[in-house]
Write a protein that binds this ligand. Sequence first.
Ligand SMILES: NC(=O)c1ccc[n+]([C@@H]2O[C@H](COP(=O)([O-])OP(=O)(O)OC[C@H]3O[C@@H](n4cnc5c(N)ncnc54)[C@H](O)[C@@H]3O)[C@@H](O)[C@H]2O)c1
Length: 458
Amino acid sequence: MQVAVFGAGYVGLVTGAVLAELGHQVRLVEVDPEKIAAIAAGRPPIYEAGLDTLLPRVVRDGRLSITADGARAVAPADVTFIAVGTPPLANGDADLRFVRQAAEAIGAGMEPGRRRVVVNKATVPIGSANLVEVWISEAYRRRWGREPDPEWFAVASNPEFLREGTAVFDTLYPDRLVLGADQPWAVEMLRALYDPIIRQAFEPPPECPRPEGQGPVPVVESDRISAEMIKYAANAFLATKISFANEMAAICERVGADVVQVMAGIGLDQRIGPRFLNAGAGWGGSCFGKDLAALIFTAREYGYEPRILEATVAVNRDQRRLIVARVQEALKTVKGRRIAVWGLSFKPGTDDLRDAPALTVIRELVRLGARIAAYDPIAMTNAARQHPELEIRYAPDALSALEGAEALVIMTEWDEFRRVPLAEVRQRLAQPYVIDGRNLLDPAAAKAAGLWYRGIGR
Ligand SMILES: NC(=O)c1ccc[n+]([C@@H]2O[C@H](COP(=O)([O-])OP(=O)(O)OC[C@H]3O[C@@H](n4cnc5c(N)ncnc54)[C@H](O)[C@@H]3O)[C@@H](O)[C@H]2O)c1
């Protein structure tokens, strides 16, 4: 099929590259000239496992191209995705400015004579598909003097659940696909588009083999509003799971239990499940904070006070403060102290720093007078470029960051941190303090190495 994708970020680029790999003809539309140049040359502007070989292949084979010209991409497209950013406004509502720009470009670029589905893949407030439909129809009318025929044009909602870091894998082998549309023919077109994924009928690309036991992918067909709500409900539930673990951690600390053991103990219950129960510095990233804020905003628009969601956000905010408090507990005076931070990205496997707990903690420690040396396996370039205001000395490796530091704060659970010998850690640190914001280290091993160790909830 002919596919256009507006927005070549984490979602749009990976979706486009995977659909091209599956045999569709994909045209990306982007406004950022740097991203256009990089992608046209087959270079991913973001870090995603597997994308560095997948992208150049589909570009070279002519299955994926990128342009700033929306109309050129839309004119031949059967399916057009909107995958632009939807950042939060100060009041928590989502900023739909980029969605509107994309919708208007789509409406202006559409030509009659072929069935088209425009798919909202961006996370948009409940009901936004209606707005997208209106924006497209108005732009279309400005060009053709009439609204598009609803037999030939549909707006669908197909929310995205990929995780940054494993985005290619998640797109090829998703837990489920949600297809929300009010016209049955639009659902059929999306089923046809995703058919290789639904039936798992494609040859797995070399960089991303099919996992053992992977069967057909379940499809949830729903109305548009429900599809939009599914995305928010999923993120709200996942964030709540982590905040729940953090609340249990706070109680564990007080009663002398170990939250890691407690969560392992409850996670084996099939009704609960073991994932997203890690206590620590809390969740971050581009999605949870903004999506919870938007869902809370929506609930309040209808006069409903979403108490669980508000508590989820409040507990998470406090976890970042807790890390700083732990540093103060260890060092007492923070002014003039040298502190090492391991991990900057909001989670391992990505260089994404949006709403990263590490940055909140670093900012606060700097404000309190600390001098920070940081190390992250892949996010340091982004940190230096996106946050030139942050006073950070970037270290070439994990151990160098410790040189002369009086405390180590672990903020991202990168695997390589698990492999650093604790005796070396002790030797490099000027003082033995380790604040483990991800419960990454074994407390007994840390103590045996002569470290003063504090995790979260243990
Ligand atoms: N990142 C994730 O893990 C993730 C997961 C699920 C859903 N989402 C949702 O998907 C959407 C996109 O997220 P992302 O992380 O890919 O964002 P991103 O910021 O990485 O990418 C968005 C891209 O859209 C481009 N853009 C902006 N206006 C445009 C326009 N008018 N035409 C063409 N391109 C335009 C931007 O330049 C940018 O490259 C958001 O709504 C987000 O909530 C993200």
